[in-house]
Design a protein around this ligand. Sequence first.
Ligand SMILES: Cc1cc2nc3c(=O)[nH]c(=O)nc-3n(C[C@H](O)[C@H](O)[C@H](O)COP(=O)(O)OP(=O)(O)OC[C@H]3O[C@@H](n4cnc5c(N)ncnc54)[C@H](O)[C@@H]3O)c2cc1C
Ligand SMILES: *[C@@H]1O[C@H](CO)[C@@H](O)[C@H](O)[C@H]1NC(C)=O
Ligand SMILES: *[C@@H]1O[C@H](CO)[C@@H](O)[C@H](O)[C@H]1NC(C)=O
Ligand SMILES: *[C@@H]1O[C@H](CO)[C@@H](O)[C@H](O)[C@H]1NC(C)=O
Ligand SMILES: *[C@@H]1O[C@H](CO)[C@@H](O)[C@H](O)[C@H]1NC(C)=O
Ligand SMILES: *[C@@H]1O[C@H](CO)[C@@H](O)[C@H](O)[C@H]1NC(C)=O
Ligand SMILES: *[C@@H]1O[C@H](CO)[C@@H](O)[C@H](O)[C@H]1NC(C)=O
Ligand SMILES: *[C@@H]1O[C@H](CO)[C@@H](O)[C@H](O)[C@H]1NC(C)=O
Ligand SMILES: *[C@@H]1O[C@H](CO)[C@@H](O)[C@H](O)[C@H]1NC(C)=O
Ligand SMILES: *[C@@H]1O[C@H](CO)[C@@H](O)[C@H](O)[C@H]1NC(C)=O
Length: 661
Amino acid sequence: MAPAFSSILIATELLFLFALAQGQASPRQPIQPASTVVPNNSPAGAPLFKGETIQLTDRVVESLANAPSTAEYADLFAFDDGSGLNSTRRKGFCKTYPGDQNWPSDRAWHVFDSLLDGALIPTVPLAAPCYNSKWGPMDPQKCGHITARFNSPYLHEDDPTSIMFPIYQGRTCMPGNTGNCTLGGFPEYAVNATNVAQIQLALNFARNNDLRLVVKNTGHCYLGKSSGGGALSIWMHNNKQIDFLPEYEGDSYSGPAMKLGSGVTVVEVYAAAEKYGVSALGGISPSVGYAGGYFAGGGHTPLAGLYGMAADHVMAIRLVTADGRFITASEKSHPDLYWALRGGGGGTYGVVTSIVIRVLPKVPVTTAAFSFQSSKNVSKEAFWLAVRKYYELHIPFTDAGTYSFYFIFNQNETKDGELNFDMRSFFAPNHTIESFSALTKPWFDTLKDLGIPWTTKPNQTYFESYYPAYMSSWGHRLFPVGTVKTMAGNRLLPRGHFQDEAKFNATFEVLKQHVANGFHLGGYHQAPRNRANADNAVSTAWRETVSFLIFGSRPVPDNATVVDMKAATDELTDRILKPWRDVAPPNEGGGSYLNEAAVMEPEWQHSFYGLQYERMLGVKRKWDHRGVFYGTTAVGSEEWEVRDGDRGVQTQDGRLCRVSR
Ligand SMILES: Cc1cc2nc3c(=O)[nH]c(=O)nc-3n(C[C@H](O)[C@H](O)[C@H](O)COP(=O)(O)OP(=O)(O)OC[C@H]3O[C@@H](n4cnc5c(N)ncnc54)[C@H](O)[C@@H]3O)c2cc1C
Ligand SMILES: *[C@@H]1O[C@H](CO)[C@@H](O)[C@H](O)[C@H]1NC(C)=O
Ligand SMILES: *[C@@H]1O[C@H](CO)[C@@H](O)[C@H](O)[C@H]1NC(C)=O
Ligand SMILES: *[C@@H]1O[C@H](CO)[C@@H](O)[C@H](O)[C@H]1NC(C)=O
Ligand SMILES: *[C@@H]1O[C@H](CO)[C@@H](O)[C@H](O)[C@H]1NC(C)=O
Ligand SMILES: *[C@@H]1O[C@H](CO)[C@@H](O)[C@H](O)[C@H]1NC(C)=O
Ligand SMILES: *[C@@H]1O[C@H](CO)[C@@H](O)[C@H](O)[C@H]1NC(C)=O
Ligand SMILES: *[C@@H]1O[C@H](CO)[C@@H](O)[C@H](O)[C@H]1NC(C)=O
Ligand SMILES: *[C@@H]1O[C@H](CO)[C@@H](O)[C@H](O)[C@H]1NC(C)=O
Ligand SMILES: *[C@@H]1O[C@H](CO)[C@@H](O)[C@H](O)[C@H]1NC(C)=O
């Protein structure tokens, strides 16, 4: 870094020369990075990555106190010794915000950057070239490039602070040049962390200065958890190492495994698994961060029907905890943390540097895409009977280990309200074309009996392994982000609702009404039961699920007013999601997947985290008693609020304070 700092540096040097000329100071030594290389002693069965051997130790911190150039600042980088706890626990306490008296001085930031070996990046909003702003004049050519790619996840992944759902950064500096280009809900600085020492320095600096802390990997989060106004962010994207461990020996598992750096994405894991002739669990969006938010939230996967959730196959986790210490969490090492990290949500208990996942045998897959719709020849009644048959078959379909992703569209504006069922991929691992056809026959026969023609005929295809099946189904196209104008919400529907006829009818009525009201939905049939018999924090609702439905709010344009935004939020909460909450409440096995959820979901604790929420809260309070980690709707976040004024939806553009109530 950092252009902004060179002038500070020059000013500092001038002062220093002035002091020297007055005979008042000894020459300042250049500040060296604060780190040491520790022996690679392979805790929990897997060698450390190179970046994990570069650490901050008590000795290094002591040396800061002894060097004249850093002595004054050494306390800011000290590990947590447990003192001064009360001041930050008082009600109404706010994290230090830019402009506050306690905000670190420019010199402190400079020392921090030097200790980080230059990894500190002052935030420049991604689309700043689209504006005349404090970051420089408008640059139409650069702006054009950014605008053209703004819906690509990779543009946002490669940026230290950009996130994929701009509503939560307060829609500042949008590429369409609507409004202003300010920092808004973006963090002030990001640390481009590629070793453990940098993460430890950042955590210690944030904690000792009472700064808000954010952890960003890809920026995929649907709720804005990877951004935060006035914060210091730790950016984990550049940790891309993958090690294949054919003979891993862990606490509770021996066999083939992979060790993943925290910046590795889902598709990178799939490609590596294919290369080594094994399968790995992952989600459907190729660009999602695997060892960041995905596994931390549980991680549903097209192999759920054989193996459960991705978190069930995480055997060890390396992380830096709120006190600044680098540890291993596994069955035998800090088992409470190991339990909570697998399903209890990202950015809550520590900064993960790597995980070890169990990999699974190569598996063949049969897939098919198809669609049908109502039309002049196909009544809506017939359409719904065909859809009903599909839901009636959810139990046999999930018992056969299959998974799907489909849409039901009400083509309200475009096609006279005709309804469309679009199966993007019916994904059948360990199935041949023959067994796939036998499984789907009762459904497809029903369509025939109802006289419903295919809009797109099923293209059953058999693949020798997971990777090509995945690439054909989802991997070749990216889900658009950045320009998406709707807010998400979802519901997990339990198996019991598909066994009890009255509950089934009630559930199906909600579905029909939802579509009749003019809304779409994206759905999955899947049953990630606890097939690996894992004891972890994955929501109890997931264990019951046979249907997972995702909804969206009415689109809100980038220039939407607070009133428009509030109307869309309220409609999502009260009109779209409420009937689903009512039909599948937590005490009947219903819930909502925390990773793809509505940020304004009421009573999110049990909807997102299931029956184990209180246990997670206990782990959170033990390991982060000062509240270093915060994410909206994360475990323990009910003790905090982001004071963003009135935005019509909870954004991250505001001061983070303890609730005063
Ligand atoms: C288009 C799309 C498709 C999706 N498909 C699926 C799917 O098929 N299955 C599924 O289960 N989910 C899916 N998701 C949800 C996805 O799993 C979550 O959005 C997940 O949180 C993304 O994690 P990330 O690290 O990529 O994103 P980020 O936004 O960077 O981070 C998400 C959260 O994890 C925290 N975090 C990130 N890195 C670290 C770290 N190293 N240590 C500690 N905390 C960290 C952040 O602080 C934040 O709270 C999808 C999301 C999108 C947008
Ligand atoms: C901290 O708070 C606890 C309980 O609220 C109180 O008993 C203790 O005296 C406080 N300590 C300090 C140093 O203020
Ligand atoms: C942009 O900022 C200026 C100055 O703060 C303010 O007057 C104006 O209303 C802002 N415009 C928008 C669209 O937010
Ligand atoms: C982040 O750090 C890596 C490793 O040092 C470097 O290659 C990369 O260019 C840095 N990225 C930015 C945006 O500074
Ligand atoms: C409806 O059915 C008729 C007769 O079978 C056929 O000619 C026509 O193409 C069909 N229309 C649609 C929209 O499917
Ligand atoms: C579309 O939906 C709206 C709102 O539900 C409704 O008023 C309108 O009649 C619908 N239009 C069609 C063509 O179905
Ligand atoms: C795949 O199917 C075969 C034969 O039906 C069965 O023996 C095997 O256990 C299945 N594999 C998995 C991973 O379920
Ligand atoms: C099946 O069809 C869908 C589109 O309808 C397509 O995306 C997919 O790639 C096809 N699969 C194969 C294996 O051809
Ligand atoms: C459920 O709905 C079906 C079809 O409408 C109906 O035949 C059946 O009687 C209903 N069952 C119950 C228990 O309501
Ligand atoms: C938002 O932009 C659209 C199109 O650019 C415009 O028609 C509308 O009036 C704007 N709304 C507000 C509230 O500025």
